[in-house]
Design a binder for this molecule. Structure first.
Ligand code: ADP
Ligand code: MG
Length: 992
């Protein structure tokens, strides 16, 4: 397939490029690039110029695959060729170029390169794109070549390689002894941010922050640069992969032993060890670019400022170092095209609720655990955004729940306004769907990457926006449009404004939008409605935009017209009936006369070529017109390119900033409207937010489970059963939830966490009423058997995660523990579960609000001894020996686990469940379970726990043995009693 494409392209040549020289150079080059015969170290004297050129470029990019432009192809040589042939299944050409050296070469046609590059980036490689930068038609000798861009996973700009509703971040990480610095940028949107924070365990803190940002690529310091293009890992990040961050092995000992290894290298090694699972490409980057002075210099230079004060990172060396490394790296890969990075924001992780990777995954915030797709996740329910900008913003909000009441209230205002105004929502829906990605389009303009089609898309998006703003859908008055100032702050006592009914938020955003009609006109005047994909053939600039271009095009057209009429004129003049005017690439225009009429040829014809059927002639006039046509064509294409570049530069310089401001307002408007729409459709309420210690939810629902139920209402499916929750640091701090399998425990736990999370992004929540005291962190630990998805369901993992929770939870945190202690034996598990509850209850520093679901009914007894523990169960009813799940949370513990009933529901053969019921009855009769419970209750002080946990329970067998009057027994009786005791002991062992 590829071979054919290639052959075809070569046969057809490049009809639009008049120079034959280029293709000759290209052919030569393909051969000459081998005259070095694959010996990069060979004496340069022995190398052909083009091979030398290739090797010079390659030397600068040892860690990237070099796409070397030769005519219509990108060619790869040597090791790169072998690698690419293997990875992309291309045909590897091997040619003997003398001296017995066979050199590998592989190539792709330039117009199809994007797809190949995308696949290599997808595999974690870096690609350096080396272009011809001088005009082959004008160069004498070697065409100049230069790498114009290095494509890496974090610096992708090709829209085909980007997900519309997700940012593509490049991050840089700096590890200090007790602090970390992080910076990240998205060159497709212009975002650039950095942070520095202290942490007792900087390594985990850093991984934590990277898990939140989810960059496509992360730079870390390296004193040893990469020497070859290596794939850094495989798939795109998913929560599953990020999840495993917390279970990383420590850095290999070998590295600790190496005194030279910097912290950065240790980090790189640690990331490397897990990069396949991490889901981001880790790029070791020259440590010098991470140096504080160098980094500061870079930033000052980039922003053309004298101090970094304005960006808030002046006193933060680690943040500055990370940010500086980003700028250095971007300059290198983008070759200075960084105009879109206009500001640096210093953020504080203290401003966000912390969501560790486990919690993101367990709560299925961004993707469903089962399918790994957005569908079935919280994002899937909430994402009714209509613009790519809105989609990206919602994702960001979900990843960064706020701790700031004022900002949350502002968002709530906007959502409330959207909920209230159905008309506004429905009327804005369609235009929003059609504005397109104004943010990325504006950035492409700033990066000088925008194509004619991009500018047309920009203008058309703005046009859609204009229609929206001038339609009755816009509640703002004429004066209020395009002028956000009348809406400076909420409740500023402003005069009555039409937009005010909307709530401050939406009105402000609507007023910020600018459709920029002048820009639309500028683009519409300059470009044709449907420009071709590339600029190579012209046809992009509209007639009337440039007098000079029109004149050239006219001349070409007139020339062609003259030639077209020449045939008729010459037939009349010469009386040769079959005289023809033709064109070929070698001779240009000619007049062809067949052999029988050659005698009638007039004197001004000059013979040019003899063919089998006749002769070909030219005339001075014809040659003059030919020159005019070709000249005008070539000049007009060039002029069109210049005009377009100038237009793009003007749009970038004069308009891009304003388009970006509008795009950001649109993103927020879109997101608020989407949240409003979900709230209205699904009947959510506006939660009351405060800084108190209580979470109080009335008739709460699980947003995702509810959504999946209402999709398929059946006779038996009563829909989602709402439940209350009241949990408070100083009162009902720990809710112990028991109930049989399938009762709805896990759902309830998650629903409380999700409602809290939703409240803290400013969204409404699935409940009748809710009051949420803001939470600094949500922790989750889901029991081992529920955790098979990661393939890591070991007791160890469970304990590692639990340890993390106990170390980091604060009284402001919300902790969700679902069936912990299940991965080990009953007694172990019960003991650990109990100790954890006691710790959460008694340790002041921890004291987190906790929801604890457990199948250990015995734990419920803790509610009697620990004042802030409350026992609840999920109600089930028994109807004719069958269990009916009521899904209702009730006070008190569950006394039965209904395991046998569930087994029956699941279709276990009747014989088995009947026998199981008998065994259960017998076990309960012996009273061991009851005793265990009593033991739990009577075990008072935590200090005594280790010693007395289970020995406190008087063993009925021991009691029986003690009470036995052996002297009074006959030998046979004694033997019988002994048998009986053994039977009981065995039965009990089986029960455990
Ligand atoms: P458990 O953790 O107690 O074993 P789950 O929380 O996994 O039970 O719930 C089992 C199933 O019951 C869920 O898949 C869900 O579809 C359904 N369910 C749970 N809670 C409710 C509810 N409140 N209303 C309706 N269906 C529910
Ligand atoms: Mg469960």
């Amino acid at each position: 397939m590829r071979i054919e494409e290639r052959g075809a392209s070569r046969r057809n040549g490049r009809p639009t490029q008049p120079d034959a020289q280029q293709s000759e150079e290209a052919t030569d080059a393909r051969q000459e690039a081998f005259s070095g015969a694959g010996w990069p170290d060979a004496e340069s004297l022995e190398l052909s110029p083009i091979r030398q050129q290739y090797l010079n470029v390659k030397r600068q990019y040892p860690d990237a695959i070099l796409f070397f432009r030769l005519g219509d192809f990108y060619e790869m040589f040597d090791d790169d060729a072998e690698l690419v042939a293997r990875e992309l299944e291309l045909t590897l050409t091997r040619r003997d170029f003398g001296r017995g050296q066979k050199s590998p070469m592989a190539g792709v046609p330039h117009h199809a390169a994007e797809g190949y590059i995308a696949r290599l980036i997808g595999k974690g490689y870096r690609v350096a794109i080396c272009e011809q930068v001088s005009d082959p038609a004008l160069s004498r000798g070697l065409v100049e070549r230069e790498v114009l861009r290095v494509v890496t996973p974090g610096t992708v700009v090709d829209p085909a390689m980007l997900a519309a509703k997700r940012n593509n971040y490049l991050a840089a990480a700096v590890l200090g002894r007790d602090a970390v610095g992080v910076a990240y940028a998205d060159i497709t949107t212009g975002e650039f941010a950095c942070a520095q924070f202290h942490a007792a365990d900087p390594e985990s803190a850093l991984l934590q922050e990277l898990a939140r940002v989810q960059p496509a690529e992360a730079l870390v310091e390296a004193t040893r640069p990469l020497r070859a293009p290596l794939p850094r890992r495989h798939s795109r990040h998913s929560d599953h992969q990020m999840d495993e961050l917390a279970d990383l092995p420590e850095a290999p000992d070998a590295l600790d032993a190496d005194d030279e290894a910097s912290l950065g290298e240790r980090l790189a090694a640690r990331l490397d060890a897990i990069d396949a699972r991490l889901g981001m490409v880790v790029t070791p980057y020259d440590a010098r670019f991470f140096g504080e002075d160098m980094a500061r210099e870079r930033l000052l230079e980039h922003f053309h400022v004298a101090t970094l004060d304005a960006y808030g990172c002046a006193g933060l060396p680690l943040a500055t170092r990370a940010a500086g490394a980003i700028i250095a790296y971007l300059n290198e890969t983008q070759r200075g095209a960084l105009a879109q990075i206009t500001a640096l924001e210093t953020y504080s992780v203290a401003g966000f609720m912390t969501l560790d990777a486990h919690t993101r995954r367990n709560l299925e915030i961004f993707e469903s655990g089962r399918s790994g797709s957005v569908k079935g996740s919280l994002l899937g329910v909430l994402d009714l955004t209509r613009t790519p900008m809105g989609g990206r913003l919602l994702r960001r909000w979900l990843g960064e729940p706020l701790l700031d009441l004022e900002r949350l209230h502002q968002r709530q205002e906007g959502v409330a306004a959207a909920v209230a105004d159905v008309t506004l929502r429905t009327r804005l829906a369609k235009p929003l769907r059609h504005v397109g990605d104004l943010e990325r389009l504006a950035n492409r303009t700033l990066q000088r990457l925008a194509t004619p089609r991009d500018l047309i898309a920009l203008a058309s998006g703005l046009h859609t926006l204009e229609e929206m703003l001038t339609s009755p859908a816009n509640p703002l008055s004429q004066e209020e449009r395009g002028n956000p100032n009348p809406f400076p702050t909420p409740d500023a006592g402003a005069p009555p404004l039409k937009g005010e009914g909307l709530g401050w938020g939406l009105a402000h955003l609507l007023a910020t939008l600018e459709a920029l009609p002048e820009l639309q006109t500028l683009i519409a005047r300059a470009l044709v409605d449907e420009p071709p994909l590339t600029m190579t053939d012209g046809g992009v600039i509209r007639q009337g935009y440039s007098a000079e271009l029109d004149r050239l095009l006219d001349a070409a057209r007139n020339g062609r017209q003259w030639v077209a009429e020449l045939e008729r004129r010459e037939r009349e003049r010469t009386g040769i009936p079959n005289l023809k005017v033709g064109y070929n690439r070698v001779f240009g225009y000619f007049i062809e006369v067949s052999n029988s009429y050659v005698g009638r040829v007039p004197a001004d014809y000059m013979r040019k070529q003899t063919i089998s059927t006749g002769e070909r002639f030219i005339t001075p006039d014809l040659k003059e017109y030919e020159a005019l046509i070709l000249n005008a064509q070539e000049k007009s294409v060039k002029l069109e390119q210049e005009l377009f570049a100038a237009l793009r530069a003007e749009v970038a310089a004069q308009w891009a900033e304003r388009v970006l401001r509008t795009a950001r307002a649109l993103a927020e408007l879109d997101t608020l409207l989407a949240l409003g729409e979900v709230a209205a459709h699904r009947n959510y309420c506006r939660p009351e937010l405060d800084l108190g210690n209580t979470i109080h939810i009335v008739a709460g629902r699980h947003p995702v489970v509810e959504a999946s139920l209402s999709q398929q209402p059946t006779q038996h499916d009563a829909g989602f059963v709402p439940n209350d929750a009241e949990i408070s640091t100083d009162d009902a701090q720990i809710l112990l939830l028991t109930g049989p399998n399938m009762a709805g425990k896990s759902t309830y736990l998650r629903q409380v966490a999700l409602i809290t999370l939703m409240a803290q992004i400013g969204s409404f929540v699935p409940a009748e009423r809710a009051r949420i005291g803001l939470v600094d962190r949500i922790f989750t630990r889901i029991g081992a058997q529920d955790d098979l998805a990661t393939g890591q369901s070991t007791f160890m993992v469970e304990m590692v995660e639990t340890a993390n929770i106990l170390h980091h939870a604060t009284p402001r945190s919300l902790v969700i523990l679902d069936e912990i202690g299940r991965g080990t034996s009953t007694y172990d598990g019960l003991a650990i579960a109990r100790a954890i509850v006691e710790y959460l209850h008694n340790n002041k520093r921890c004291g987190a609000k906790t929801l604890f679901a457990t199948h250990y009914h015995e734990l419920v007894e803790l509610a009697r001894t620990l004042p802030r523990v409350r026992a609840y169960n999920v109600a089930v009813a028994e109807e004719q020996g069958r269990v009916v799940f009521l899904r209702k949370i009730m006070p008190g513990g569950a006394d039965k686990s209904y395991g046998v009933h569930v087994a029956q529901l699941a279709g276990i053969p009747r014989q088995v469940t009947r026998r199981a019921a008998e065994v259960l009855e017998e076990l309960e009769r012996t009273g061991a379970a009851r005793e265990r419970r009593r033991a739990m209750r009577e075990m008072a002080t935590p200090a005594a726990v280790q010693l007395t946990l289970f020995s406190a329970a008087p063993d009925p067998l021991v009691e029986e043995l003690k009470a036995m009057a052996i002297d009074e027994l006959t030998p046979l009786e004694a033997l019988n009693r002994l048998y009986e005791l053994q039977r009981k002991a065995r039965e009990r062992a089986a029960g455990d």
